[in-house]
Design a protein around this ligand. Structure first.
Ligand code: PHE
Length: 344
């Protein structure tokens, strides 16, 4: 029986020493120490059994047990010195003058970046940059732009109406064009201005249609402004934007607030006009609406339509960004997905 006890003692002592060696921190070492040497520890339980041995065996076993216990305690003490030294070293190695990790820095939304770029181009051509209200009156969004209440042209832009009184009806602006009239009222003619901003349409959403998107309106009013000026400014704008020589063409198109009105295409810069996926194999990309400001619009802005003429244009910003970066779905822009935005 004492041989069994001796075997158990040797095993318990070996396990305790191994556990001390394996401890990775002072806290862990303390836990292990309690498990082996504490009041309820494995080794302690064995030592208690000395009393159950026949008296003639107690002496030898007791001696051995105390020796093993001392060895285990030494092992713990040695490991404690090692761990304490390592901790001290890590404290001394810490250099408080080392710069900390920098917080990750974000960047502009690709649509905002495009707006800034367009602003810079027009500022360099002497245009003011104006902002207008996103909640607009029916008058400025439609009537002042020669779109009367029961005219079919109203249906071109389905609208979000605000629930307000009958005497003045409010809408989320469907385009930036209402600022043509507001700008003329405020600054008069001659005037060169662009209006970047957010617009809203009651659209069915798909890969190319969003209910919220951005436009840049442009307006140039002076004596003798013609379609030739418009073509020149539009070509200069697109050449700066795409960084290369550009050809443009005008196709007649109806917008109630211009006369004549056009849709402007430019020769595809991605395939050189040969035909590719971006220009839908036509060699041309439809990019903006434009035309000579309708005399009614000039008059609504308080400008003498006999003395002044002007051109206006409106360009969708998301489409430009999508083209430049080959983005296939407009809905990415409002997704808030960093996996999308970190690519720009
Ligand atoms: N406001 C028009 C639209 O949103 C674009 C446009 C602006 C057309 C100015 C002609 C002149 O479709």
């Amino acid at each position: 029986m004492s041989d069994d006890l001796t075997g158990a003692l040797e095993q318990a002592a070996a396990q305790a020493r191994e556990a001390a060696r394996a401890a990775r921190s002072l806290d862990e070492l303390e836990e292990v120490r309690t498990a082996h040497l504490g009041r309820k520890g494995a080794l302690t339980a064995l030592l208690r059994q000395i009393g159950t041995l026949p008296p003639e065996k107690r002496g030898a076993f007791g001696k051995l047990a105390n020796e093993r216990k001392r060895e285990v305690e030494e092992q713990f003490a040695g490991r404690e010195r090692e761990l304490a030294a390592a901790r001290l070293r890590s404290v001394l190695d810490f250099d408080p003058t080392t710069p900390g990790p920098r917080p990750a820095r974000g960047h502009e939304h690709p649509v905002l970046a495009m707006l800034r770029e367009i602003e810079d181009i027009f500022i360099s051509m002497g245009f003011l940059v104006l902002a207008g209200p996103e909640v607009e009156t029916e008058y400025y969004n439609f009537e002042a732009l020669n779109i009367p209440e029961h005219h079919p042209a109203r249906d071109l832009q389905d609208t979000f109406w605000m629930e307000t009184g009958a005497e003045c009806r409010w809408v989320l602006r469907t385009h930036t064009s209402p600022m043509q009239v507001r700008a003329l009222e405020r600054f008069g003619a001659p005037l060169r201005a662009i209006v970047p901003g957010r617009v809203y349409r009651n659209e069915t959403l798909d890969a190319t249609h969003e209910a919220t998107f951005h436009q840049v309106e442009g307006l140039m009013v002076d004596r003798g402004v013609s379609v030739a000026h418009m073509k020149g400014v539009m070509a200069a704008f697109l050449e700066r934007l795409f960084g290369q020589k550009i050809v443009i063409r005008l196709r007649p198109h109806y917008f109630p607030f211009v006369e004549p009105g056009f849709e402007l295409d430019f020769g595809c810069v991605f395939c050189g006009g040969a035909g590719c996926a971006i220009c839908k194999r036509s060699g041309w990309i439809e990019i903006l609406g434009c035309g000579l400001v309708h005399p009614r619009v000039l008059r609504a802005g308080g400008v003498d339509a006999e003395e002044f003429t002007g051109f206006a244009f409106g360009v969708g910003v998301e489409r430009l960004v999508m083209m430049r970066h080959s983005i296939e779905d407009i809905r990415h822009f409002h997704s808030g997905s960093l996996r999308f935005f970190e690519q720009f």
